[in-house]
Design a protein around this ligand. Structure first.
Ligand SMILES: Cc1ncc(COP(=O)(O)O)c(C=O)c1O
Length: 407
């Protein structure tokens, strides 16, 4: 999403002026953009509460800011250790953390199971009785508080009698019957309480339906997503009904930033999840349903000029997870017209950049980048400098800045 030249220059001038006293590398969180993005997520959620996907935020003050809004409730955590950190202590970020993925962290389980308050605030994700066995092996049912459990229902699209799988590899529990079987297994065991069901349709929520410069792919993705939404609406409803016949669920979670409209339209879903849309990284540029405002940017300093028309910035290898490809690289956005060199990409300690703008950059100038994904940016910096209007108004520590690393 390239800005018109004048707007790009204004955006650059605003960032440069506000951070003039700081030395890069540094990251800025534009609170005006963040708040606008949060409001747009709320609008798209059409009244359903949004559980904030903390992996896509990785900063406690930012989570607090978002959770103070009326449209957001609860955290979708990415590890149990993180969920304990967010729900514990004097001033918890939340009293409702759903761990979005199964855990095998025995130490964290021991802490959860030794504290009834934490056990009431944290919900574990399972897709097999084996994960229940692990909990029992850490502390036997009779010696612990009840453990809150959510079932992970596979939301991928299967075609050709299961030979074609479109989506991510998460839970093996795909059919309503399989969900009912697992819910009976949970409900029949002492020490567990089944409270939720989650079905995350990654192939809709996390795949761009209008990828820039790839119209044919966009067409194919839109066809796949329409088929997937139809298929899932029927299957998720049947699975929810089957599980509700076993246990009175508190919530049914679904969706992500890219699917809020379609997930909110599914009456079997009681709450949504989203996080990436708050920062609006480059992998979320290519969706027809929404246009986010880039809220998280980082700056690197120009340190040398190896050749005419080329500058080198310090650092740069802030690469996103997922299938390796150029779409995982950070994108230089200010000044406009810079690109990486194919043979080097984003380097471990320095990154050469080419383009017309390189001729005007001097040593010590800064180049502004956007990350491909949201939360991973926060693993590279201790603080997100909070920008309001034209001024830095705060410095929000990241998880890393608070000495926390959850993998
Ligand atoms: C279980 C689950 N729900 C929702 C999301 C959506 O998060 P985001 O809005 O950050 O893409 C994810 C992302 O991977 C996820 O794993």
């Amino acid at each position: 999403m390239a800005l018109p030249a004048d707007d790009a220059e204004t955006a650059r001038a605003r960032l440069d002026a506000a951070t003039a006293d700081l030395d890069p590398p540094m990251a800025v969180l534009d609170l005006d953009a963040l708040d606008a993005n949060a409001a747009d997520l709320e609008r798209r959620a059409a009244g359903r509460p949004i559980r904030v996907a903390s992996k896509s935020v990785r900063s406690r003050p930012v989570l607090r800011r978002v959770l103070a809004r009326p449209g957001f409730a609860g955290v979708l955590a990415y590890t149990l250790a993180e969920a304990l950190w967010l729900t514990g202590g004097e001033d918890p970020v939340t009293d409702d953390a759903l761990v979005g993925y199964p855990t095998a962290d025995r130490g964290a389980l021991r802490r959860l199971l030794s504290d009834p308050d934490l056990a009431a605030r944290v919900t574990l994700m399972v897709d097999s009785p084996d994960q229940l066995d692990l909990v029992d092996a850490v502390v036997a049912p009779a010696a612990r508080p009840e453990v809150r459990i959510c079932l992970d229902l596979d939301a991928s699209l299967r075609a050709a009698a299961g030979r074609v799988h479109v989506g991510v590899r998460r839970s093996p529990v795909h059919t309503p019957d399989e969900a009912a079987d697992l819910s009976r297994a949970v409900a029949g065991r002492p020490g567990f309480r089944l409270v939720g069901l989650m079905a995350y349709e990654a192939q809709v929520a996390g795949v761009q339906d209008a990828p820039p410069g790839r119209p044919l792919r966009g067409l194919a993705v839109r066809g796949m997503q329409a088929a997937s939404v139809r298929e899932l609406a029927a299957r998720r409803a049947a699975a929810v009904a089957a599980v509700r016949a076993v246990a009175p669920l508190e919530f049914v979670n679904g969706g992500g930033t890219g699917s809020l409209e379609t997930t909110a339209a599914d009456p079997s879903v009681t709450e949504l999840a989203a996080g990436s849309g708050l920062y609006s990284p480059t992998l979320f540029d290519g969706y027809r349903a929404f246009t986010g405002r880039p809220a998280a940017l980082f700056a690197l300093p120009v340190t040398r000029r190896p050749a005419p028309g080329t500058v080198t910035v310090a650092g740069g290898g802030w690469i996103a997870s997922g299938p390796p490809g150029t779409d995982r690289l950070p994108r230089p956005v200010h000044p406009a017209g810079l690109r990486m060199i194919g043979t080097e990409g984003a380097g471990e300690v320095q990154t050469p950049l080419r383009g017309a703008a390189a001729t005007t950059l001097r040593i010590g100038d800064r180049v502004w980048f956007r990350h491909a994904k949201a939360g991973e940016l926060a693993e590279h910096v201790a603080v997100l400098h909070a920008l309001t209007g034209d001024r830095l108004t705060d410095a929000y520590p990241t998880y890393r800045g608070e000495g926390q690393a959850f993998g």
